[in-house]
Design a protein around this ligand. Structure first.
Ligand code: NAG
Ligand code: NAG
Ligand code: NAG
Ligand code: NAG
Ligand code: NAG
Length: 889
């Protein structure tokens, strides 16, 4: 990190981020920190295909849709896959690993034998109609080779790759083959300067190092050919654009700007200069790409990747950039979008000048030689007899040599990021445009994270709505590359362990009209019976879609509501479950048509996003409870409970002796029951069934015992004094969730959930989470089952409260909470949170509740946890014996 790692600076940054995210003191039109509407885990993915082999580090991707081929470069191997189904066999493979002798020499150079002393394929491009060209790091001695595409073999002796390929697997690099000319940009050798090169035909062209260094510790992330000659009335040339982050030349005062994102370009027809700039580019110019939240003077300086959307004409080209911060321990991403005309404008604007070769760069205001330095050869120049760059006058070339940097910065479209997210590091993205049924064109974005998740988003009225987040890999791992094919309607994602192919949309995930419309996915619409891919429908007149508002169209559609009844005894705690599949929905409960006030201290009710808690039930609380999900101001009933509260009940079923003192489960995980023979539940939003299978119960108990034993060994001492809290319920955390749900929007709640998941350091997968295959297979319903049988133990989960309420936010990596005793959280996919559980854990949950105390306050100013504490404290003296379960019917 470049000199900016001082704690003070980071603190400043954090508070800045915090202020930004809280929208304080200003409200910004940009919806900061967008929450994904739906969360889908690997077990819930549909239509997803995987390619895996003995090779690792899949990185380079080359897609040729007309040939239906996806070429993949990995460590020591390259593959040719069928693009319509990458898992279809047989996959063609070329094994190309460095020889043992080469690896030994690599070790002698002091390189890492776990990462660097292998042949990582860094370049894979089409050369001509029959051959591909590939380069690999080859254990720190790069080689390149031609591939006979038909037979998929290396067709000639590998050749020297030193000038075309970096030595290491992680060095910033980009390469393009255009008309059999290879353009590459990297810091090739260990100590060499970064360079943009054209290796053939000769002469090889490079960037200049003296007297003015054109590139400064540049980390390249991408390049693109734009065929600007196509619609040019001026006889312009095609250009190659390079994207990178480098150390800033410009003098700045702000600490955060030691690195800057850049776009540079060269002309395809460049042949170098005659005397001045011989074998150097005569058309190299670079400019700064800005991606910032202007009202905060807050800048994303590190470019992580670019995605180029080619429009109908070259001028319609759009560059999407994924930006990050200079501090690697602060998670944040922004996506900015740049138009080609604005990039061109910057290259036509004023130059910067380095006064007396010092560090003072300022705008050059002197005379600019003619023809304008850095331009391609155009008709106007040809008319003057200059038809090749070697004919350019010396004074022009000398000016080029000293003025590589433009003064004007390239601003993003709309002058602000398309997206800002605080908790996620995006690595790569893809985008395309989709015509909605309303006739409008929508940008749909797919973004991959450093932990193996994919976010799909749509831009509506300048705001980004994240339709879903998909967990592509069970093991967190960075997404190395992302490609999209509208012909195959597929996304291709490469990562250290596999290549994944996903459909661009999965509308069948949405099982009701409201769910389909709330999703606001331009690919999806409600047909009257199901949520369908618009593409597949010939007659689109009756389809229902509302991308603009995500609310209208379903007023007259029917949907099912789950009906349940429950009988309990007076004085018991009862949890009426109601899980919302949407992270953007808030729960709303009614009792006999009147709204249940879940925040009032004395009401005896508490609402959470997974249910309603009736505390110490009274007889007058009997009645018909209805759980609604409120989203986009629309209230959708999900489940009804007919609750009877009486003084006496028939004897309860015996409690399993193995259940331990802390936990009683009377229902299996919903996923288990669905995997068995149960019919799908009637309501889309609440697929839980309350049947139980003894076999599953047994497995569950066994796992629980195993886990509990493990915990005991580790935490015996702590347990004695503090106890631990044991939680059941899909997203666990009743108290936290319940409290967080007190907010409209439930966004913070979602964040809690997400951060818990992302920050879990110890995770035990048991019972039914074994299938790592993304093609879930079983007919699972939406959201609520996504966590499946995930049983995770999360010691020291970060206290991830909303930062609106409690600035400054916790640093992003607190594995151990400082202000609480060690404890463990027990979260499982078993949505069967029993009423009795709460009661039994009274004494133990005290610590947890205390912990959340300072973080969460309800809208009317009451601290939810404080209040629960009080209840529990009060009762600590009166109860302790486990009570038999309340019956549920
Ligand atoms: C290659 O993959 C392995 C695990 O699959 C990972 O540990 C390693 O960091 C990867 N190396 C690179 C250069 O990506
Ligand atoms: C790819 O697979 C599809 C069906 O899975 C098949 O129709 C097609 O011929 C295959 N293409 C190639 C190039 O093998
Ligand atoms: C890497 O080198 C270390 C020591 O130099 C050795 O112990 C280890 O076995 C080597 N690993 C591999 C994969 O070769
Ligand atoms: C493509 O390039 C390869 C390697 O130079 C060469 O052997 C082959 O003949 C070329 N094919 C065509 C169709 O030109
Ligand atoms: C440039 O013009 C000269 C004569 O004016 C001609 O000989 C040469 O071939 C031209 N070069 C190109 C690249 O068009």
């Amino acid at each position: 990190m470049q000199g900016a790692g001082s704690p003070a600076a980071q603190l400043l940054l954090l508070s800045c981020l915090c202020g930004v995210a809280a929208g304080y003191p200003f409200r910004t039109p940009l919806d900061l920190d967008v929450t994904p509407r739906v969360t889908v885990l690997t077990s819930g993915l549909h239509g997803c295909r995987r390619f895996q082999s003995s090779a690792v580090n899949y990185s380079t991707l080359l897609l040729e849709t007309e040939r239906e081929r996806l070429y993949v470069g990995a460590r020591g191997a390259a593959f040719a896959l069928n693009a319509s189904d990458i898992s279809a066999s047989p996959a063609l493979a070329i094994e190309w690993e460095a020889s043992p002798e080469q690896k030994r020499q690599c070790l002698l150079k002091g390189k890492d034998n776990k990462t660097e002393c292998f042949n990582h394929i860094r370049l894979l491009q089409r050369f001509n109609s029959t051959h591909l060209y590939m380069c690999g790091t080859h254990a720190f001695r790069p080689l390149c080779a031609y591939i006979d595409e038909e037979r998929f073999v290396i067709s000639s002796q590998p050749e020297e790759g030193r000038d075309k390929c970096p030595y290491g697997p992680t060095t910033g690099y980009t390469g393009l083959l255009v008309d059999q000319q290879l353009y590459t940009a990297s810091q090739y050798e260990f100590r060499s300067f970064p360079d943009i090169r054209r290796n053939s035909p000769s002469p090889t062209l490079k960037t200049e190092d003296a007297p003015t260094r054109w590139l400064n510790e540049a980390e390249f992330v991408g390049s693109a050919l734009v065929k600007e000659s196509l619609d040019s009335s001026a006889g312009d040339d095609d250009k190659i654009y390079f994207f990178f982050t480098e150390r800033s030349h410009e003098q700045t005062t702000a600490y955060s700007r030691s690195r800057v994102a850049r776009v540079a370009r060269v002309c395809k027809g460049d042949r170098g200069g005659h005397l001045t700039l011989q074998k150097r580019w005569t058309s190299f110019l670079k400019s700064r790409l800005t991606c910032s939240l202007p009202e905060y003077d807050f800048h994303f300086n590190v470019l992580r990747s670019v995605f180029v959307v080619h429009g109908p004409a070259p001028q319609d080209t759009i560059f999407y950039g994924v930006f990050g911060l200079e501090w690697k321990n602060v998670k944040a991403s922004a996506v900015c979008r740049f138009s080609l005309p604005e990039v061109q404008d910057a290259f036509r604007g004023p130059y910067m000048e380095d006064e007396d070769s010092g560090s003072k760069w300022r705008e050059y205001t002197g005379k600019i030689p003619d023809p304008r330095p850095g331009t391609c050869i155009t008709d106007a120049l040809r008319a003057r007899g200059i038809n090749i760059s070697t004919s350019l006058p010396d004074d022009v070339l000398d000016f080029v040599r000293r003025h590589p940097l433009m003064s004007q910065q390239v601003q993003p479209l709309d002058r602000r990021p398309v997206l800002f997210r605080r908790t996620t590091d995006y690595t790569h993205m893809a985008a395309h445009m989709v015509q909605g049924l309303d006739g409008q064109t929508y940008h749909v974005l797919y973004m991959g994270t450093d932990e193996g998740w994919l976010h799909k988003a749509v831009e509506v009225k300048g705001q980004l709505h994240i339709i879903e987040e998909l967990q592509l890999f069970e093991e967190p791992q960075p997404i190395n590359n992302l490609l999209m094919s509208t012909e195959q309607m597929s996304l291709y994602v490469s990562s250290p362990s596999a290549v994944v192919q996903l459909p661009l949309s999965n509308c069948h995930r949405y099982t009701s009209c409201y769910d389909c419309v709330f999703a606001r996915d331009p690919h999806c619409a409600w047909s009257g019976a199901e949520c369908v891919e618009v593409m597949t429908q010939a007659d689109r007149s009756a389809l229902i879609q509302d991308i603009q508002h995500g609310s209208t169209g379903c007023e007259h559609t029917q949907y099912n509501v789950v009906q349940r009844s429950r009988s309990v005894r007076v004085g018991d705690d009862v949890l009426l479950q109601c899980e919302l599949s949407s992270n953007l929905a808030t729960p709303l409960w009614t009792l006999d048509s009147g709204e249940v006030e879940g925040y009032d201290l004395n009401s005896g009710f508490r609402t959470g996003t997974d249910g309603l808690l009736i505390i110490e039930a009274r007889q007058d609380q009997s009645g018909l409870y209805v759980c609604h999900a409120v989203e986009n101001d629309i209230r959708v009933a999900i489940v009804t409970y007919n609750v009877t509260i009486s003084l006496d009940l028939p004897p309860p079923p015996p409690v399993e002796p193995t259940s331990g003192p802390f936990l009683t489960l009377s229902t299996p995980s919903p996923r288990l029951s669905l995997d068995e023979t149960l019919p799908p539940p009637p309501a889309p939003l609440l697929p839980h069934s309350e049947l139980l299978s003894p076999r599953n119960m047994e497995a569950m108990y066994l796992s629980l015992i195993t886990i509990l034993t493990g915990i005991c060994v580790v935490l015996t001492v702590v347990l004695v004094y503090v106890g631990f809290c044991l939680r059941v319920g899909r997203r666990g955390k009743y108290s936290l969730r319940a409290a967080a749900a007190a907010y409209p929007g439930a966004k913070r709640n979602n964040r809690n959930r997400k951060q818990r998941r992302h920050s879990s350091h110890m995770e035990l997968n048991t019972i039914c989470n074994g299938n790592g295959i993304c093609n879930g297979g079983s007919k699972l319903h939406n959201g609520s089952i996504q966590n499946g049988g995930l049983l995770e133990i999360v010691p020291g989960e970060g206290h991830t409260s909303s930062f609106k309420e409690s600035p400054p936010p916790a640093p992003p990596l607190p594995p151990i909470p400082e202000h609480s005793s060690p404890r463990c959280d027990f979260t499982s996919g078993l949505s069967a949170t029993l009423p009795s559980v709460l009661r039994r854990m009274n004494g133990n949950s005290y610590v947890l509740l205390r912990q959340s105390e300072t973080e969460i306050t309800s809208p009317n100013g009451h601290s939810f946890s404080e209040e629960l504490n009080r209840i529990l404290e009060k009762r600590k003296h009166t109860q302790l014996l486990p009570r038999p379960d309340e019956s549920s019917v």
